[in-house]
Design a protein around this ligand. Sequence first.
Ligand SMILES: [Zn+2]
Length: 116
Amino acid sequence: MHEYPAVEQIVKIALRTAGEHHAKRVIAVNIAIGELTGFAEESLQFYFDIMKKETTLTDTVLNIRYITPQLKCSKCGHIFERAGRSFDCPECGGKSAPTTHGTEFFIENIEIETEE
Ligand SMILES: [Zn+2]
């Protein structure tokens, strides 16, 4: 359910960008999401499909790229992608802590078609 306001923002930004560039139509909106946000792809698509029908984004595609969380070892400083639920450093076996990698939520780019 917390995907709803996030998708609302995406739609708002896509429409504003389309307006600024006098776009004929918006082909695709490409977003990046850290896995730690807990945003489910199917929910994002679900809300996007509902909202776009009420706008000029009726045939716009939402592309989602997930970013794997990264951990940093508190012992040796090694940065690595989380494998499963383990927080152990693959280099030295030390305990690691989460970094900001994996909490992202942003629009990478918006593909638009303009009048020639
Ligand atoms: Zn380590």
